[in-house]
Design a protein around this ligand. Structure first.
Ligand SMILES: O=C(CO)[C@@H](O)[C@H](O)COP(=O)(O)O
Ligand SMILES: [Fe+2]
Length: 227
């Protein structure tokens, strides 16, 4: 089942509770994607633990926190405590990714690792069983509204093959430039969780955009795929 996670980076930060509401409900967002940026790992600054705590109280939709920060080994567990249901740290930033993934899981959240566009998946093959999700970035992290990087499609395909080769049920997420124009290519390549910021919050009817993206992804999935 294809999952659609709207990114609140493209929402109105002064009205986050209402913005969460606008994409929630039946057939709405599967998760809310929360982009945490520290102006060190990426050249942008967004929000932190207190905002995640506040969002947790404001919505029933589970929170998918994407940490674009240095030292996730220190900070990621705090996002679980703040109420995140899934916490994604970057492979490029984590000092001890296996220990960190185990800690996130032990605290009760799904553990996920992200790869920037120039980071290959192959060195991380043996880590996959430690993870609940792998995020292949389809833009350079840091900003919403960027153009989708087509050159990431082979990495999505290779990652899907590795997941299937190991018989894992983990999810494969794509993030960056995902829209009505690009989501089918991502789904065909094997992604099953789709982050969309501007394509959802830039639409006249964000809830309808979520439903449309999910339908497109569902229909584009390879025939007979297990994911
Ligand atoms: O992590 C990031 C950007 O670094 C994303 O989650 C963006 O927020 C996606 O926005 P769109 O590309 O869909 O507008
Ligand atoms: Fe993100």
């Amino acid at each position: 089942m294809a999952q659609i996670n709207p990114s609140i980076l493209s929402a109105d930060f002064a009205r986050l509770a209402e913005e969460a509401e606008r994409v929630g409900g039946a057939d709405g967002a599967d998760w809310l994607h929360v982009d945490v940026m520290d102006n060190h790992f990426v050249p942008n600054l967004t929000l932190g633990v207190p905002v995640v705590e506040a969002l947790r109280k404001a919505t029933d939709t589970p929170l998918d926190c994407h940490l674009m920060i240095e030292d996730p080994d220190r900070w990621a567990p705090q996002y679980v405590e703040a109420g995140a249901g899934s916490v994604t740290f970057h492979a490029e930033a984590a000092a001890a990714p296996v220990r960190l993934a185990r800690e996130i899981r032990a605290k009760g959240a799904r553990a996920s690792m992200a790869l920037k566009p120039a980071t290959p998946i192959e060195p991380y093959e043996d880590l996959l069983p430690e993870l609940d999700m792998l995020l292949v970035m389809t833009v350079e992290p840091g900003f919403g509204g960027q153009a989708f990087l087509d050159v990431m499609l082979p990495k999505i395909r290779r990652t899907r093959r590795l997941i299937d080769k190991h018989g894992l049920t983990m999810w494969l997420q794509v993030d960056g430039g995902v829209s009505a124009e690009t989501i089918e290519r991502c789904a065909e390549a094997g992604a099953d969780v789709f982050v969309a910021g501007s394509a959802v919050y830039g639409a006249d009817d964000p809830a309808a955009a979520v439903r449309m993206l999910r339908r497109q992804a569902q229909e584009a999935r390879p025939a007979g795929c297990a994911h």
